[in-house]
Design a protein around this ligand. Structure first.
Ligand SMILES: C[S@@+](CC[C@H](N)C(=O)[O-])C[C@H]1O[C@@H](n2cnc3c(N)ncnc32)[C@H](O)[C@@H]1O
Ligand code: SF4
Length: 387
């Protein structure tokens, strides 16, 4: 196996945040705004993103492009020419050594499916589609602007347009039974994709769902039901040949894993481009966190004055190691035991040794990895490990 740690001085991935959505879903707390068709604002945002790429390239110096990920919001609403312009600029600034994974998140509506071929022509080679559910009542509850049939159609179009396809699903919805979820997930498998991200519904306090739960409108699923739904997800997907290479990411074969996400989880450098985007850059040997202004106007104005256009914070060795542990333990690769040693956690003593003894973690070839017992309760494991 090649060294899973990217070279921070060399490889850089690019995350591009497009904040617009046709409709704001009641569970979502991403940095999003309603798309009101403001052409001028969107043109200014695209211009700022291209200038941001240039400005950040001047700071990083020459790097090799590892991957590009268009997230959101809903980047499938971006004009394909705008997507092409971002890809072209990133490729010009950061020459790649070989083929590069370029992913884009899409909503499964007919209108967006009409643009998939143009997005593929623009250079996108992997689509991540937010199917969320294959049950019309559940889609209505989730506030989605598409039906299950529309999602099926969009997946079929995407499968023709892109070499690689992933879908997102949301489970642990109120009232969802294990039987119904197993049936829905099995049905989803018939859609044909190489990668799936099933997310357990989280209730974020700042969202419409957060407010509904706070006033007692409906109860979220209890922990026990959620745990059984998680196990069901693992079983159904494993039987279908999907490996959970991260807690919420399952791929059919090594080549189907998301190169961009792996790069980030392994502690690689990435640029955050767009409103509210986070980045991690190793500058002069120091791991640095960047956060762009969240508001679209603030972001555009910030890039124009470039003083500074993002907030930057140098991470110390402990902060860097802690981040690696939090991300790495979610993956099948785990984390280097030296990263844990940087946090005074050693394999032969203290909380790490206890978690290994209790079967939640295992140590293999200098790496600490969460076991099948540890993964479903990873939040608790991390708490015990890092407290
Ligand atoms: C940036 S969002 C979505 C991209 C696209 N706009 C869409 O909605 O399909 C990425 C994914 O996060 C997941 N997600 C967002 N909020 C969530 C929540 N509160 N609980 C569980 N999953 C959530 C959804 O599955 C979604 O597809
Ligand atoms: S889930 Fe997707 S479409 Fe819905 S508000 Fe969030 S980013 Fe937008």
């Amino acid at each position: 196996m090649t060294d899973p740690v990217p070279d921070p001085g060399t490889d850089v991935a690019v995350y591009v945040h497009w904040p617009y959505c046709s409709r704001i879903c009641p569970y979502c707390d991403f940095n999003v705004v309603r798309d009101r068709g403001r052409g001028e604002e969107q043109a200014a945002l695209l211009g700022a993103m291209l200038a941001d790429l240039e400005a950040q390239a001047a700071v990083t110096g020459p790097r090799r492009l590892a991957s590009i990920f268009f997230g959101g919001g809903t980047p499938s609403l971006m004009a394909p020419e705008a997507v092409a312009a971002v890809i072209e600029r990133a490729r010009a600034l950061f020459p790649a050594a070989g083929p590069v994974e370029i992913s884009l998140e899409a909503n499964p509506t007919d209108a967006e499916a009409d643009r998939f071929a143009a997005l593929a022509d623009a250079g996108v080679n992997r689509l991540s589609m937010g199917v969320q559910a294959l049950d019309d009542a559940a889609l209505a509850f989730l506030g989605r602007n598409h039906s299950a049939d529309e999602a099926r159609r969009a997946v079929a179009v995407a499968a023709r347009a892109f070499g690689r396809l992933s879908i997102d699903l949301i489970y642990a919805r109120p009232g969802q039974t294990v039987e119904r979820w197993a049936t829905e997930l099995t049905e989803a498998l018939d859609l044909g994709f190489e990668h799936v991200s099933p997310y357990q519904l989280t209730i974020e306090p700042s969202t419409a769902f957060g407010r509904a739960v706070a006033r007692g409108a409906w109860p979220p699923p209890d922990e026990e039901t959620a745990a059984i739904l998680y196990e069901t997800t693992q079983t159904v997907l494993e039987r279908a040949g999907f490996e959970a290479y991260e807690v919420s990411n399952h791929a059919r074969g090594l080549a189907a894993r998301s190169a961009h996400n792996l790069h980030v989880w392994r502690g690689g450098d990435y640029l955050g481009i767009g409103p509210g985007a986070h980045g991690r850059l190793t500058l002069g040997g120091v791991r640095t966190a960047t956060i762009a202004h969240r508001g679209i106007g603030d972001y555009v104005a910030g890039v124009e004055v470039a003083a500074p256009w993002t907030e930057r914070e140098a991470l110390d060795l402990r902060g860097t190691a802690e981040e690696r542990v939090l991300l790495g333990l979610r993956t099948v690769e785990g984390v280097l035991s030296t990263d844990l040693a940087a946090l005074d956690r050693f394999v032969d003593s203290g909380p790490l040794a206890a978690l290994v003894d209790d079967g939640f973690l295992t140590v293999r070839a200098g790496r600490v990895i969460a076991t099948a017992t540890g993964r479903p309760v990873l939040d608790g494991v991390l708490k015990a490990l890092l407290a």
